[in-house]
Each structure stands twice: as structure tokens, then as C-alpha cells.
Design a protein around this ligand. Structure first.
Ligand code: ADP
Ligand code: ADP
Length: 226
């Protein structure tokens, strides 16, 4: 599903953010990527989104070499992924329904498909009754649910979540984690970058640990520190 082969990233100023990384993630896995600040987590995410290019090595997404994806292919690539960020990134002047529908509209989905899919993902994340709310009328946890619904509406094979609970209190964070677990159990590969030791320790999923741009740990079932 995701394969990084001898990937290094050196920024223009000479900083080596990733140093010969090898990672293989299979379909259906739930994977945490952890590491302290500066360990290379954001660089890893940016490489997967093709916001930056590796200095060395190759990245494959569903057996497609990202190095050969042209600029005009990038939006499609990102839609195949389903992405959720710490700061939600919802469109403020659109309701919950419109935010989710918009993600389908840009794929030129039919009206029929939009009318079917949007209510489905809204109820999947428990937001059916908030369809007409604007983002500023929602709590943080609800906004993250909208972001999740928007990421899921295109049926991505991978859900990439970058610190999705970073702005949420512990209780709300757990609700989002439960949702991510359900989404994973329905077959979506989940890749979650986080600092949250408590969540990582409790979930007992695969944990890839980065330090100084290197993979220093990759365990199938474990916590943050073991
Ligand atoms: P993390 O997300 O784990 O905090 P980053 O991937 O942001 O780590 O950073 C890894 C290393 O690369 C750090 O030393 C950081 O200072 C450096 N870095 C990140 N972005 C840039 C950039 N655009 N230019 C130069 N150095 C960068
Ligand atoms: P929090 O407890 O995180 O501060 P809020 O008090 O912002 O959450 O919201 C609590 C509930 O009230 C949420 O379900 C939200 O959707 C709803 N809500 C908040 N503001 C509005 C509003 N202006 N119009 C409609 N519903 C709202």
C-alpha cells in the first residue's frame, strides 16, 4: 500500500530530515508514526502528499511510484489518500453538509452520488443532526468528525491523519480514536502521526518510531516507548 525505499530528505539548508528510511505498510494496517519534535514526522507526511520530493530513494503508493506522478496528477493522488489535520481545515463559509459535498463535487461526482454519500458519511461519524451547522457552531471534536467524514467520502484506501487529536481534550480524542479504529476495521488503511503517548500505548497497534530522521523502532503491536 505504502512503500518507502531508501528514502532520504535533505533540505536546501543542508538539514537531513530523513536518513535512508525503509517502511512497508500493507493494506488494512493501522499504523502509528511517533517521534519527538524534529524527528522527521512532518517531512514524512509531506513526502506522502508529494508536497516535497525525496532527495534520494523512492516512494510507492498502491504500487505507483510517486516520483513519476505529474503535477496535474497530484490532486487525484491526495484524494486517494483521505487526509485529516490537527487544525481541521474546514471551509468556514460552508455548512457541514456543504463541506463534505464539496469534496465530492471536485471529483465531478453526480448529484445522485452526492445525495447518497454525504448523509451516509455524516451518520458514520455521528453528525447526521449537524448537517446545517457551520464549523464555528461545532465543538472541536465535531469539527474533526466533519474533517473525517470529508476525508472518507471519496472512499480512500488510506486515511492519513497528522496529529488529529492535537487540538482536542482527552475524552474527545478517544472518541476520534474509536472512529478511526472503526474506519480501519471496515478495511481502510490508517496511518496516524501523533505525539499522544497515552493513545499509542492504549491502542496496541503497529508503532514506527522516528528519531533524527531514522526509523529506530517498528513493532507490530506495542506502545510509544517499547
Ligand atoms: P517533526 O515533524 O518530527 O517535528 P520535521 O520533519 O518537521 O520533524 O523536521 C525534521 C528536521 O528537518 C528538523 O531538524 C527540522 O528542523 C528540519 N526541517 C523541517 N522542515 C525544514 C525546512 N523546510 N527547511 C530546513 N529544515 C527543515
Ligand atoms: P464545546 O463544549 O466543545 O465548547 P460548544 O459549546 O461549542 O462545544 O458546542 C456544544 C454543542 O452546541 C455542539 O453540539 C454544537 O454543535 C452546538 N452549537 C454550538 N454553537 C451553535 C450554534 N451557534 N448553532 C447551533 N448549534 C451550536
Amino acid at each position: 500500500m505504502i512503500h518507502l525505499e531508501n528514502v532520504s530528505k535533505v533540505y536546501e539548508n543542508g538539514t537531513k530530515a530523513l536518513d535512508n528510511i525503509n517502511i512497508k505498510i500493507e493494506k488494512g494496517e493501522f499504523v502509528f508514526v511517533v517521534g519527538s519534535s524534529g524527528s522527521g514526522k512532518s517531512t514524512f507526511v509531506k513526502l506522502l502528499l508529494k508536497e516535497i520530493e525525496p532527495t534520494e530513494g523512492k516512494i510507492f503508493l498502491k504500487n505507483k511510484n510517486l516520483g513519476v506522478v505529474k503535477r496535474k496528477g497530484i490532486p487525484k493522488l491526495r484524494r486517494e489518500m483521505g487526509i485529516v489535520f490537527q487544525d481541521f481545515r474546514l471551509l468556514k463559509n460552508m455548512t457541514v453538509y456543504e463541506n463534505i459535498a464539496f469534496a465530492l463535487k471536485v471529483t465531478e461526482a453526480s448529484k445522485r452520488k452526492i445525495r447518497r454519500q454525504v448523509p451516509m458519511v455524516m451518520s458514520m461519524v455521528g453528525l447526521a443532526d449537524k448537517a446545517k451547522n457551520y464549523p464555528n457552531q461545532l465543538s472541536g471534536g465535531e469539527q474533526q468528525r466533519v474533517a473525517l467524514a470529508r476525508a472518507l467520502v471519496n472512499n480512500p484506501v488510506i486515511l492519513l491523519a497528522d496529529e488529529p487529536t492535537g487540538n482536542l481534550d482527552p475524552k474527545t480524542s478517544w472518541e476520534i480514536m474509536k472512529l478511526l479504529d472503526e474506519i480501519n476495521k471496515r478495511g481502510t488503511t490508517v496511518l496516524l502521526v501523533t505525539h499522544d503517548k497515552e493513545i499509542v500505548n492504549a491502542m496496541q497497534k503497529r508503532v514506527i518510531t522516528l528519531s533524527n530522521g531514522k526509523v529506530i523502532g517498528d513493532i507490530q503491536k506495542g506502545g510509544y516507548d517499547n
